[in-house]
Design a protein around this ligand. Structure first.
Ligand code: SAH
Length: 363
């Protein structure tokens, strides 16, 4: 799809036209990745962060956050919970925490991968910008996937909201290429409605998803956090994209159309905005993944990247029941197994034993 067509869809306000977009995205989702929804256990292993991102409540300068770091035993227990709930993937996410040293994380990965209960789990990491050596060590230890959003393809805006560490460059796009070369299933994404982001920026973000040949694409609305500089940013210009559920759903749908065989989550930020239909809205407009939160309750409210009710969804067992019922209610089933991205399987030629090709593409 050309940039001007993408921009036209992003600006589309006519309900009947949007119904066409939703239908096309849902149909592409069905043809390319199937009807099953993959559930990933999300474990927020640390909220320490050395960075100064203008949008994120975990930024180093925010002294109001009570910081925590889960022990390896706690992380392993959460991975066991994921298996107990029938999930095939555990996602380990954190602020950019230097105390999560490369050897420590590698050992946790090895323990998960060699555990009697957890050995079949796919392990996804989302630990920020790390060196090539660290990323290689974790891949060797058994990590399968890595998530690193480029947040916005507008370089000036990115620099403004995501300042580099002193004396270094911010090179998220380069790191994504390294991840891919190391053999990771590679995920990235953006925030929708960042102050200063235009419709053209969003269209270029979509083009960047294609260019990077991503396996997984996560996106959600930007949610202002009162203790961050961006929440007090100057009033928006006329071309400002809204940070609402509708705009995020348009981007989900267009992402499915331009990158049809990727895994796309219905993200927590979407559900935070709209707890009633946040998940269903995205799942019926292109998304095929949900990431239930398995962070121990005593830590969960401190992973305050943006404001939302972090206790309201109940514990893991309650949420698991609810989300499975909600998925069934929209006529979809929940998957078992790792749920690798069909795009990754197609591009690498890896089809695991017992795995059926999806979307008519046979490796
Ligand atoms: N430290 C890791 C993980 C960050 S949290 C990293 O930087 O990659 C994961 C994602 O949450 C971020 O990439 C960002 O897109 C999103 N996020 C952070 N603050 C947000 C906010 N205020 N509103 C919406 N999304 C936000």
């Amino acid at each position: 799809m050309k940039l001007d067509k993408l921009i036209a869809w992003l600006r589309e306000a006519d309900a009947a036209s949007l119904e066409t977009l939703w239908r096309e995205a849902d149909s592409a989702r069905d043809r390319h990745v199937g009807g099953q929804v993959h559930l990933r256990g999300l474990v927020e292993i640390s909220n320490h962060c050395r960075r100064s991102c203008a949008y994120c409540g975990l930024r180093h300068a925010n002294a109001k956050v009570r910081r925590y770091r889960m022990s390896p035993a706690e992380i392993l227990a959460a991975a066991k919970t994921a298996v107990g709930l029938g999930y095939g993937t555990v996602v380990l996410q954190a602020g950019e925490d230097e105390a999560l040293t490369a050897p420590l994380v590698a050992e946790v990965i090895r323990q998960i991968k060699s555990g009697a209960h957890t050995g079949n789990l796919a392990v996804t990491l989302s630990l920020g910008e790390r060196t090539e050596d660290e990323l290689a060590l974790w891949k060797d230890a058994g990590a399968d996937r890595y998530l690193l959003r480029f947040e916005t393809s507008n370089k000036t805006l990115f620099k403004r909201i995501h300042p580099p560490l002193p004396g270094r460059n911010c090179r998220r796009i380069d790191i994504l290429r390294v991840l891919r070369d190391l053999g990771y299933e590679t995920g990235s994404g953006i925030m929708v409605g960042i102050p200063g982001q235009t419709y053209e920026d969003l269209a270029r973000d979509l083009a960047t998803f294609v260019e990077l040949d991503l396996d997984m694409i996560g996106l959600g609305p930007y949610v202002p956090h009162a203790d961050t500089p961006l929440a007090n940013a100057a009033p928006a210009e006329k071309d400002q994209t809204p940070n609402d559920g509708l705009m995020a759903c348009k981007v989900v749908a267009l992402t499915r159309l331009v990158c049809p065989d990727t895994n796309i989550p219905a993200t927590t930020a979407l559900s935070a905005l709209d707890p009633i239909s946040g998940y269903e809205g995205a799942l019926t407009r292109g998304a095929n993944v949900v990431m239930p939160n398995l962070t121990p309750t005593r830590y969960r409210r401190f992973y305050d990247i943006y404001p939302m009710d972090r206790g309201g969804c109940g514990g893991p067992v309650t949420f698991n029941k609810k989300i499975r019922a909600r998925i069934a209610a929209i006529g979809r089933t929940t998957a078992t197994g790792r749920g690798d991205s069909p795009h990754y399987l197609n591009r690498t030629g890896v089809l695991r034993v017992g795995q059926r090709p999806v979307g008519g593409v046979v490796a």
